[in-house]
Design a protein around this ligand. Structure first.
Ligand code: NAI
Ligand code: MG
Length: 366
């Protein structure tokens, strides 16, 4: 049977950028003989409007069954005052949690045509292609005890950084596997100098490396130095693996090396399913962009590159992912720009659909 996809376009520009992805999925079926079984459903505010919950149980069940989930974005001002338990982002958090998506892949890739967009000098970022692997389901955002309590005559806020050996081991394996498909190089970042969880992190990563991945080149770096090195000389890295908190900060910083939010894809992977494919959710890094919703201004590339990651990591179609990424690179080199990709000197932007048209034309020519 065909590989299956669940599309959850969500709110705001989510459906706008996902429309362009749907056309590309159709193209792969028609032109590359790669048909997908696509199901669509609701997540976020639109799901709340219909069902009173940002993720219906039926949708959750579908997400567990398909080969991959593609998500647009959730949220918007209409939902800002909702109770925390039904906020749109709770739909996304539930997906991550119940699918146990512990490995978050955030590429920072700099397309040559956009190198002048970076906050850094062109020669530091041109050709940059690194991958940050962030542990997504544990660490200080989840550790117990947590809360705000009173001690003596003042309030105290508490969070706990806690990592088990198995939590570290599985994300380390995910990074090493990834490195074998790329340039065989992993840098693990923690703060073993001041944190017990960092000491354990370094021990476990080292053990997994020695036992299972000694062919991969492994280095360790304190995460604060890592932040500095990322902006000083990012091209020294290939795969970076780090915990939830450091990964949150480092991946956001790395993102800005490459320019616009409208360009950044991500993947969140879990354990292999019965068919050998990992549980997987692919989504752009950006949100629902209420300020440009409904105006045809959204850049669909982040969502399109997220589908390219699905081709690569869920469907073993690395060559087809390369084809799609090359099509994006080609249209950028030819000067196609949505509004977010225009520099201060301006120029005339194309619409979301026109960007989709250009990428489809480049695919046809590939
Ligand atoms: P945002 O990412 O939606 O927008 C930030 C800025 O970047 C805006 O000026 C927006 O117009 C621009 N932008 C974002 N994506 C773009 C694209 N594809 N093309 C062109 N311009 C783009 O973040 P913001 O404004 O903080 O949040 C808006 C809503 O999205 C909130 O409700 C927030 O909770 C939600 N959100 C959802 C996320 C998700 O679904 N994963 C992630 C981040 C925010
Ligand atoms: Mg963040």
């Amino acid at each position: 049977s065909n590989p299956s996809l669940l599309i959850l376009a969500g709110d705001g520009i989510g459906p706008e950028v996902m429309n362009e992805v749907k056309r590309i999925i159709t193209w792969y079926g028609d032109k590359r003989d790669m048909p997908f079984d696509v199901t669509e459903d609701l997540v976020g505010g639109c799901a709340y409007d219909k069902h009173g919950t940002p993720l219906h149980d039926d949708t959750m069940a579908k997400a567990q069954e398909v080969d991959a989930v593609l998500l647009g974005a959730v949220g918007g001002p209409k939902y800002d005052d909702l109770d925390f338990s039904v906020k749109p982002e709770r739909g996304l958090l539930r997906l991550r949690k119940e699918m146990d998506l512990f490995s978050n892949l955030r590429p920072a890739q700099c397309f040559d045509a956009l190198a002048d967009f970076s906050s850094l000098k062109r020669d530091i970022v041109a050709g940059l292609d690194i991958m940050i692997v962030r542990e997504l389901t544990s660490g200080v955002y989840f550790g117990e005890p947590r809360g705000i309590h009173v001690e003596g005559n003042e309030r105290v806020g508490v969070n706990t950084q806690r990592y088990t050996e198995s939590e570290i081991a599985r994300v380390a394996r995910s990074a090493f596997e990834l490195a074998r498909r790329r340039n065989n190089k992993v840098c693990s970042m923690e703060k073993a100098n001041v944190m017990e969880s960092g000491v354990l992190w370094r021990q476990v990563v080292t053990e997994i490396h020695e036992k299972e991945y000694s062919d991969v080149q492994l280095s360790h770096m304190y995460a604060d130095n890592g932040a500095m090195q990322l902006v000083r000389n990012p091209k020294q890295f290939d795969v970076i693996v780090t915990d939830n908190l450091f990964g949150d900060l480092l991946s956001d910083a790395a993102a800005m090396l490459t320019g616009s939010l409208g360009m950044l894809p991500s993947a969140s992977l879990g354990l292999p399913m019965a068919n050998g494919r990992p549980k997987a959710l692919y989504e752009p890094v950006h949100g629902s962009a209420p300020d440009i919703t409904g105006q045809g201004k959204a850049n669909p590339i982040a969502c399109i590159l997220s589908f390219a990651m699905a081709l690569r990591y869920s469907f073993d179609a690395g060559a087809e992912a390369d084809r799609l990424e090359a099509a994006v690179e080609k249209v950028l080199a030819d000067g196609a720009r949505t509004a977010d990709l225009l520099g201060p000197e301006g120029g005339s932007p194309i619409s979301t659909t026109e960007m989709g048209d250009a990428i489809l034309a480049a695919l046809d020519a590939s």
